[in-house]
Design a binder for this molecule. Structure first.
Ligand code: RRO
Length: 298
């Protein structure tokens, strides 16, 4: 059974990736993840300078299979990451996650990642909920400026990672801007910005990003709406914990899938093999030969 797919023309042996930031902060952890059956691996979002991130608690279990995180972009800085990456060889594509707080920083990080032969695609993260400023993807001029700068100076294909929109007209307007750029793909979606109080565990409220099962419906709707207004490849992410979730994302237009929160539950080495097995069973029952046979069917 053929589970292969293509994102930005890059062939993947299967559609599964880890979501950026989940178990992926060093090249060594990516190398360990490679053994767990993924089709591609995504780095932690990288900035120009190293960042230590926020102080604990940075990630709390909120409801079953749902996290709230305020990691605050902890990462070793792009140059250190790329240097360390040279020590490893990968048999699957590495996707470099690019972030920053100015157009110049996005460009700097993208250029550094592009210099690494392991990095086959960039994911432009303009949707981190844990920055000091506004979430970039909601600021159309800023978004346009970043994409124009990338198009001028970067050759590597890229996917743009958006926040989950609740106003779908706004999502479509944002995608219209991305459609004018050289982006090859969309990653939908990042975590939802929320505020929670965990009484009596912590004395202060936590502003952070909500992930896991509780965001599946919203992320899936974003994938569906996007697939109706763009030909960009779509990478679906948000609440995928079993084959049926993965199949839903493909039905609604996704060509690849990222698993995040669920990687922290259960046995890591079984998660992707179990999802693949479930998809193969579904395909056998329906007589499908490839993922394209049941993608975007609505
Ligand atoms: O590091 C984080 O706080 C973080 C990032 Br960069 C992101 O894109 N999404 C998220 O929920 N947390």
């Amino acid at each position: 059974m053929d589970l292969s797919t293509k994102i930005a023309g890059i062939k993947l042996r299967n559609p599964f990736m880890n979501a950026s930031g989940v178990l992926s902060s060093t090249p060594e952890t990516l190398k360990r993840l490679e053994k767990n059956g993924f089709g591609a691996l995504v780095t932690k979002s990288l900035t120009k300078k190293p960042k230590s991130g926020n102080t604990n608690p940075v990630c709390v279990d909120y409801t079953p299979d749902c996290f709230i995180n305020k990691m605050g972009l902890p990462n070793p800085g792009v140059c250190n990451f790329v240097e360390e990456l040279k020590e490893y060889e990968f048999n699957i594509p590495i996707i470099g996650s690019v972030t920053g707080s100015s157009v110049e920083e996005f460009l700097y990080v993208a250029k550094e990642l592009e210099s690494s032969p392991a990095v086959k695609l960039l994911e432009i993260n303009i949707s981190c909920p844990n920055t000091d400023g506004d979430i970039i993807c909601f600021e159309k001029d800023y978004l346009y400026g970043i994409l124009k700068a990338l198009d001028k100076e970067i050759d590597t294909s890229y996917s743009v990672k958006l926040s989950p929109f609740t106003n779908f007209k706004d999502l479509i307007k944002t995608i219209e801007i991305i459609n004018q750029s050289e982006a090859s793909a969309l990653t939908l979606t990042n975590t939802i910005p929320v505020r929670v109080e965990l009484i009596p565990e912590f004395e202060i409220p936590i502003d952070g990003g909500q992930s896991g099962k509780s965001i599946l419906g919203l992320s899936l709707r974003n994938v569906y709406e996007a697939s109706r207004c763009t030909d960009l490849d779509i990478i679906g992410v948000g609440g995928i914990s079993g084959p049926n979730d993965a199949i839903s994302y493909i039905h609604n237009g996704a060509k690849a899938l990222q698993v995040g929160t669920h990687l922290k539950h259960g046995m890591l080495e079984l998660i992707i093999p179990n999802m693949k097995r479930g998809i193969i069973e579904y395909m056998q029952n329906k007589g499908y030969k490839s993922l394209e046979d049941f993608r975007n069917i609505y």
